[in-house]
Design a protein around this ligand. Structure first.
Ligand code: NAD
Length: 256
């Protein structure tokens, strides 16, 4: 089999960087894409098998140029990981239109633009797309009017794309992480909120970046060759759990 090529957006740190490293361990080559050029340079420096491309995924011209660079360098694209994302947590009254557009332009427009630009190459390779949504797409909470809505749209966009691209052998899936300790999460979650999360998560901990990367790389592999149109929550059971988990834990402790 020829060497497989992945594009990972938001690859300078966090989940995107962990996913890049796991692809490399599995003998893929990776185009690392990020709008934070200095951090991207540092991240890619010691990673043979990668190229780094400065690109804001919400800017159509930059996305087109990024895809041209990947094709000029590697000649093919086998997977697109739409991971770049931003979070601003505010109540509705404080979510002004600028905040709304900031969230939508990266989290939703970026997924649309990168997907559309890579489709000809993915049809040729019968490749795969994995979109990174969030548990906030599935469970509504306070302060997420823009973020949660953008991620719910990504889940639906995943299904739209899977249906439309199935005829070409292109698979499209989505991973919804629960809380992962990255810079994005640290910016919006206080220690109290993190503790409250643990109380509601059956596995009682945050995800590691590796936990998320494993699901992404699996969904791009031949082991997942009959999986498309799916949303996989990598969330320690958060989406599956009902109410009252802390109380149930306490009562179980009394009976054991
Ligand atoms: P992070 O902030 O550590 O990394 C995100 C990367 O994306 C950064 O390097 C940033 O520069 C880049 N980026 C942001 N906007 C961009 C743009 N317009 N163009 C190009 N690059 C851009 O965040 P993370 O926690 O690793 O998040 C990765 C994805 O996982 C995001 O889509 C996020 O919404 C999602 N997610 C994270 C969590 C969590 O708890 N960390 C939970 C659920 C979902």
């Amino acid at each position: 089999m020829s060497i497989r090529i992945a594009i990972v957006t938001g690859a300078a740190r966090g989940i995107g960087l962990a996913t890049t490293k796991l692809f490399l361990e599995n003998d893929w080559r990776v185009a690392m894409v990020d709008r934070d050029e200095p951090e991207l340079q540092v991240a890619s420096e010691n990673l043979p098998g990668t190229i780094s491309i400065h690109c804001d995924v919400s800017v159509p011209e930059m996305v087109q140029e990024m895809v041209s660079t990947v094709l000029a360098t590697f000649g093919r694209i086998d997977a697109l990981i739409n991971n770049a994302g931003v979070a601003v947590f505010e109540p509705l009254e404080k979510t002004d239109f600028d905040i709304w557009r900031t969230i939508m332009s990266t989290n939703l427009d970026g997924v649309f633009l990168c997907t559309q630009a890579t489709i000809p190459a993915l049809k040729e390779s019968q490749g795969a797309i994995v979109n990174i949504a969030s548990i906030s797409a599935l469970r509504a909470s306070t302060l997420r009017v823009a973020y949660g809505t953008s991620k719910a749209a990504v889940v639906h966009l995943t299904k739209q794309l899977a249906i439309e691209l199935g005829d070409y052998g292109v698979r499209v899936n989505c991973v919804s992480p629960g809380p992962v300790k990255t810079r994005l999460a640290e910016a919006v979650h206080s220690p109290e909120i993190i503790k409250a999360y643990y109380d509601g998560i059956p596995l009682n901990r945050s995800a590691t970046e590796q936990d998320i990367a494993e699901a992404v790389v699996f969904l791009c592999s031949t082991k997942a060759s009959y999986i498309t149109g799916q949303m996989l929550a990598v969330d320690g059971g958060f989406d599956a759990s009902g109410i009252g988990l802390p109380a149930l834990r306490a009562s179980r402790a009394r009976f054991t």
